[in-house]
Design a binder for this molecule. Structure first.
Ligand SMILES: [Zn+2]
Length: 309
């Protein structure tokens, strides 16, 4: 069976109780969008699905997605209005802010966590914190680049007798690096066991005067034009970001008899550049695990964008 045929069969099946839908007809509609209009398959599928919804005068919740939803990991969700199945642990439940919401909270699996909402009208069994469930037929939702899932009338909830190790919650932010804070560049840390405090003028606030160990770090601020996020690059991330390795940084500092030249040199290379970084949030900082740089921001473009926001 071709991919389109498969999608067509699933759509026809989903509407079989509501409409007289012929698989060939669905496939023809999909094929028309994909071949004629060069629409991506996922989008074509959504479009055709929505047109049948309209035709049947139905809401999304009225149509079960038998065979239509896909087993996914929470971190792989990056599309709006997708039907998915999840195996998750209920990490947290919050107080709903509206009477229409039955439950709201955080679900987690090995790949990370995602917010969920269940509405009163869906009339579902309540999820319990700390328990694990197989949830089938939940719908993805997107708001300002963040994804969540909505439970609905067709969602099937099956409690699982297994433990799920909830994975690290990596956040991704992007923006221009607009500031590098003090305590960045070539720093010295306290060598005492599990202390690692950054020395101020050769002193640890806990252990006094110590022979510090050199390290690299950048504490910076990413600004996407709407929000700012404070980020920390550790030694490896700083080396990747700036192209300056620890040994090189030490030589620079020795030549100048001054460690601050390192931060200055780094600032010259990275300030104003645009980055996309991801990693776990610790307090107000995002610890950068992964980074990519789509390149310098065109100042003209950035201004135009800033004005439009
Ligand atoms: Zn110390």
């Amino acid at each position: 069976m071709t991919e389109l045929r498969q999608h067509a069969a699933e759509i026809a099946e989903q509407f079989s109780d509501h409409l007289d839908v012929d698989v060939d007809e669905v496939e023809e509609r999909l094929d028309n969008l994909v071949s004629e209009y060069r629409v991506p398959v996922d989008e074509a599928r959504r479009s055709v699905y929505n047109s049948y919804l309209d035709e049947a005068g139905l809401e999304r919740d009225d149509v079960t997605s038998r065979g239509g939803s896909q087993q996914m990991q929470t971190s792989d969700i990056e599309e709006d209005e997708q039907w998915v199945d999840l195996r998750v642990k209920v990490v947290d439940l919050w107080e709903p802010r509206s009477d229409s919401i039955a439950q709201v909270g955080l679900l987690g699996d090995e790949s990370g966590t995602i917010k969920f909402v269940a509405f009163e009208t869906s009339d579902l069994d309540h999820l319990e914190e700390g328990k694990t469930y197989a949830l089938s037929n939940v719908v993805t939702d997107e708001y300002q680049g963040r994804y969540s899932v909505k439970l609905n009338r067709t969602t099937e909830i099956t409690e699982l007798d297994e433990e799920i190790e909830v994975g690290d919650d990596a956040e991704t932010v992007e923006g221009a690096l607009v500031d590098i804070q003090s305590g960045s560049g070539l720093i010295k840390r306290c060598p005492e066991d599990s202390c690692t405090r950054v020395l101020q003028n050769g002193r640890c606030s806990e252990h006094g005067d110590v022979e510090g160990e050199f390290d690299l770090r950048i504490k910076g601020v990413l600004d996407d034009g709407v929000e700012t996020q404070e980020v920390i690059f550790d030694k490896e991330a700083t080396e990747e970001l700036t192209g300056i390795a620890l040994e090189e940084a030490k030589e620079m500092a020795m030549d100048a008899l001054d460690t601050t030249v390192v931060a200055d040199e780094m600032a010259g290379r990275v300030l104003g550049q645009y980055y996309r970084v991801s990693g776990p949030l610790l307090g107000r900082y995002l610890l950068v695990d992964e980074q990519e740089s789509p390149g310098a921001v065109d100042p003209e473009q950035a201004l135009v964008r800033a004005r439009s926001l």
